[in-house]
Design a protein around this ligand. Structure first.
Ligand code: G3I
Length: 339
């Protein structure tokens, strides 16, 4: 059986990182970051050396940061901000308002529209103000639509209608006029009702002067199923005069991984990163985790995993070399086949 491996010149492998290669294209290469994993020296080393941007995987979510109404637990979020500062990394804030994700003190409650509007403004104002000048871009609204492109049913839309998005965006802009404000969504990386819904929403927000600066395409993919029209999708959003970013990139594969599935994963990662480079306003790529031993995938998709650029031991996978190659605008790295 041919074992496909990706060879890189030793000299380049030692000097090139995701951060340096992306920097050559004036882009960021980021990672979702959990401060609790910093006790692992390899995690710390990779987080420091490979990435120019970090996103708190959970530390800035409403349930984590305001566990009781009006009482904030800043510890984990401050730790993430301190790590980014100490490593001269950009910090993406994630996620201020998410229909699927509220603290327990919301459970079972119904609010008058004015009350919920005020709760959103208070929460967004408090969190964005604390990280004013520290967080350079916020996922202000996360996942507003369902897979059919309908507004996700829940407290926000049931109480405030479409308007909850503008309320959150305006509150964020008021708290930090310089932060870039994003709507972050999955399933919009290809043509279809969900893309159409978010495209229409962003166009309407722009037309009505609601502050919005970017769309985050989460990019949670399955090996062998890349969205072929990703470059065109990125260009369509950018044509609305906004930035785009791949904000949660991972490529899950059916376990156990094989040399063939890892080679396909490398090809797929190469295509997606090259798609970002093909669109000037694609400002960066963030993977949703560093190494396969710390990923959301196995919990949420049993039987799938190994979705990231570094393996369970923290060693670079073929996909790592492929991403470096894409960032250097090269084809797939040389594949050395051994019988
Ligand atoms: O912090 C608690 C801990 O105290 C408790 O003991 C433990 C067991 O209940 O749960 C811990 O919280 C978990 C949290 O991750 C931190 O580990 C939550 O239960 C768990 O639901 C949460 O999962 C996260 C998920 O979002 C839901 O917030 C995943 O780690 C995270 O990777 C995932 O990320 C999302 C993005 O935010 C939005 N896009 C999709 C992406 C994947 O679902």
């Amino acid at each position: 059986m041919a074992i496909a491996i990706f060879a890189m010149e030793a000299s380049t492998a030692e000097t090139v990182t995701l951060k340096s290669a992306a920097g050559q294209t004036q882009r960021d290469f980021g990672v979702a970051f959990e401060p609790t994993f910093l006790a692992n020296p390899l995690y710390r080393e990779l987080a420091t050396s490979q990435f120019s941007s970090i996103t708190p995987e959970n530390a800035m979510k409403w349930d984590q940061i305001e566990p009781t109404q009006g009482s904030f637990d800043w510890k984990a979020a401050d730790e993430v901000a301190a790590f980014a500062k100490s490593n001269d990394q950009k910090l993406r804030g994630h996620a201020l308002v998410w229909e699927d994700h509220f603290p327990d003190w919301f459970a079972g409650k119904r609010f008058a529209a004015a009350t919920l509007k005020n709760l959103i403004e208070q929460h967004v104002g408090a969190v964005v103000s604390r990280y004013k000048g520290v967080v350079y871009a916020w996922d202000v609204v996360n996942e507003p639509f369902d897979d059919a492109g309908r507004w996700r049913a829940g407290l926000l839309h049931n109480t405030l209608g479409d308007g909850y998005v503008a309320i959150a965006l305006r509150a964020a802009r008021a708290a930090d006029p310089d932060a870039k404000l994003y709507i972050n969504e999955y399933g919009i990386e290809k043509s279809g009702p969900k893309f159409d819904a978010l495209y229409r929403l962003v166009a309407a927000l722009k037309a009505s002067g609601v502050p919005i600066d970017g769309v985050g395409l989460q990019s949670h993919f399955i090996v062998g199923r890349v969205p072929p029209d990703l470059p065109a999708i990125l260009a369509k959003f950018a044509a609305l005069d906004i930035d785009v970013a791949l904000t949660e990139l991972d490529f899950r594969l059916s376990l156990p991984a094989t040399p063939e599935s890892l080679a396909q994963q490398a090809t797929d990662y190469h295509f997606v990163v090259a798609s970002c480079l093909a669109v000037a306003r694609c400002v960066g790529v963030t993977t949703w985790g560093i190494s396969d031993d710390h990923s959301w995938i196995p919990t949420y998709f049993p039987g799938y995993g190994d979705a990231l650029l570094f393996d369970q031991r923290g060693d670079p996978k073929p996909a790592y070399a492929a991403v470096i190659g894409a960032l250097q605008r090269l084809g797939l790295p040389a594949i050395e086949k051994r019988q």
